[in-house]
Design a binder for this molecule. Structure first.
Ligand SMILES: Cc1cc2nc3c(=O)[nH]c(=O)nc-3n(C[C@H](O)[C@H](O)[C@H](O)COP(=O)(O)OP(=O)(O)OC[C@H]3O[C@@H](n4cnc5c(N)ncnc54)[C@H](O)[C@@H]3O)c2cc1C
Length: 526
């Protein structure tokens, strides 16, 4: 029988957030176990293309500029203190990553190469292997964690938090043979990533099934802002799963979006044109697709020099489907890409339940507001993964009223009643659920489509554990999207097309229904 870890820190997930945390904790002398449902390198992190945003060059950039761009992309819902933490601590975390062995592309022997993506006012994004940044980061972190004393449990599936007297004391998990165990830990860090698999058209790998958010919901840990699913505007329109992503960095290097008549339509949509924030570009494309009943628009990447060398991942993806980006336009359509909402945390990643911490895409740290600024999520994982550990090592045991937890009081946890395969209802596969979500809760939503989605999800009984988790997250997403009667960032209601100041707050789940919590005045707006 596999050994049962009895550790200071149990880290669920082995993407950028989980591995950063595990390495830091092990180096600080803590006993650590990493539990991950696939092989160690399997993660969304591995797929990241464009890069990591950080103000590394003081002569042309600054944390203040990065702060302003992040706040502006977030359309009123960023937590300003969390963003301040991200942009000021980000450069040091990127340098540490380089110290761990991650090799970023260089402009010269001494200088890193920078690119620009949507919503950034300067070129501040470092990248690796051209457009294979995530693969390089994951490689470096996997290698570094293997050099520590951290225990690694691959192909273990975390089922649920173990809660005793209101405190999490570990998890229930299934080992590779299918046997169930209770793994006990003083602190459990949820770093289980996003939930793009709620949708049929997504850039996320099959493992992005919202497990951590579902675990939190079931245990009554506060979750918020899940209506803000970011749709990447330029996924290759091809029936592969996940959809090949055509990185925003292509537009940073000269590619242009074109409509069915060849018109470069972003010129009239936003001052930043093709480099407008993602929500703006995704909406502009989705409207044209709807109006013209079109399957896709076009990305004209022919102006990019040295395409195959600069963007080898995109080049290979195009070659696989018989497209030549140097000579023809590429068919593009939006795809579910990044869940900005998640488990509510304070500035150190602590949640509303003692013993549970969250970092990376699973967390609602507050840095992404209603729309994530491109290339801020790898940075989010690096910065907040490290902060969880630093706080634990410093002896912190309970969340404070900082960051997203300001204004969110933690009522006694109310475990959520969840759908199980034993209850009456229609047996639903992942594809059944994805079809509903893509049709009725995608880029453009309205009350009618969301109500249809709500009713369809209500009648579904999941066929497996991941579908059960997707169902929990999808229901929360749809219910919050129904309650948010406005358009803001990545949440677009056709029946409420304007941003409404009355909705300047979060839809927080601590039990079955979302509760609106108005954004408190920022504690600091430096
Ligand atoms: C195609 C693509 C391109 C992207 N490009 C960029 C980019 O250029 N820049 C950027 O900043 N961001 C980018 N992103 C977003 C970024 O990659 C992710 O947000 C980030 O990597 C998430 O890291 P994470 O550690 O939170 O989660 P992940 O990397 O998704 O890791 C989650 C881990 O949790 C494990 N896990 C999940 N559930 C369980 C369970 N029940 N039990 C045990 N283990 C579990 C998974 O196996 C996995 O190891 C991109 C995303 C995609 C999909």
């Amino acid at each position: 029988m596999p050994a049962r870890p009895d550790v200071d820190l149990l880290v669920l997930g082995s993407g950028v957030a989980g591995l950063s945390a595990a390495i830091r904790a092990a180096r600080a002398g803590r006993s650590v176990a990493v539990l991950t449902k696939g092989e160690l390198a399997w993660s969304a992190t591995q797929y990241a293309q464009g890069g990591v945003a950080a103000a590394l060059e003081e002569d042309v950039d600054s944390p203040d500029l990065h702060f302003a761009d992040t706040i502006s992309a977030g359309v009123g819902l960023c937590d300003v203190d969390a963003v301040r933490v991200l942009v000021t601590e980000g450069p040091a975390r990127v340098r540490e990553l380089i110290g761990l062995g991650a090799e970023f592309d260089r402009a010269s022997d001494t200088d890193l190469a920078y690119t620009r993506e949507g919503g950034h006012s300067v070129a501040r994004i470092v990248h690796a292997g051209g457009d294979a940044t995530g693969a390089e980061i994951e490689r470096a972190l996997v290698s570094a964690v293997r050099d520590t004393a951290a225990m690694v449990h691959e192909r273990w599936f975390a089922l649920d938090l173990l809660v005793v007297d209101g405190r999490a004391v570990g998890v229930r998990a299934v080992d590779p043979t299918g046997a169930e165990h209770e793994l006990r830990a003083t602190h459990t860090i949820l770093a289980t990533g996003g939930a793009g698999q709620c949708f049929a058209v997504t850039t996320n790998p099959l493992l992005s099934t919202g497990d951590g958010i579902a675990m939190a919901r079931r245990a009554g840990v506060a979750v918020a802002d899940v209506e803000f699913m970011q749709f990447h505007p330029t996924a290759l329109d091809h029936p592969s799963m996940p959809r090949p992503l055509l990185s925003e960095a292509l537009r940073g290097e000269g590619a242009v979006l074109r409509d069915d008549h060849g018109h470069a339509f972003m010129l009239s949509e936003h001052a930043l044109e093709d480099l407008a924030p993602r929500d703006v570009v995704a909406r502009a494309i989705a409207r044209r697709l709807n109006d013209g009943d079109l399957p896709h628009l076009w990305l004209d990447a022919t102006p990019i020099p040295n395409f195959a060398r600069r963007f080898p991942t995109v080049w290979r993806a195009c070659q696989l489907v018989g497209l030549d980006p140097t000579r023809e336009w590429l068919p593009v359509a939006p795809a579910a890409h990044y869940l900005s909402g998640g488990i509510c945390t304070d500035l150190d990643g602590a949640t509303t339940m003692p013993g549970v911490w969250a970092c990376g895409e699973v967390a609602r740290s507050g840095v992404h507001g209603a729309n994530r600024l491109a290339s801020n999520s790898l940075l989010d994982g690096l910065v907040f993964g490290s902060r969880c550990v630093d706080a634990i090592v410093a002896g912190k045991d309970e969340a404070e009223e900082t960051g997203v937890l300001r204004g969110i009081e933690a009522p006694p946890p109310t475990p959520l009643e969840v759908p199980t395969a034993t209850r009456a209802g229609r047996r639903a596969t992942r594809e059944d659920l994805q079809r509903v979500m893509t049709r009725d809760a995608g880029v453009l939503r309205d009350g009618g489509s969301l109500t249809r989605a709500h009713d369809a999800l209500e009648s579904m009984q999941p066929t497996d554990r991941e579908v059960a988790n997707l169902l929990v997250v999808s229901r929360a997403l749809v219910d919050a999207a129904l309650a948010r009667e406005e358009s803001r960032g990545t949440h677009t209601r056709l029946d409420f097309p304007e941003t409404n100041p009355a909705f300047l707050g979060r839809l927080v789940f601590t039990d079955a229904e979302p509760r609106f919590v108005r954004l408190p005045e920022p504690a600091a707006t430096r």
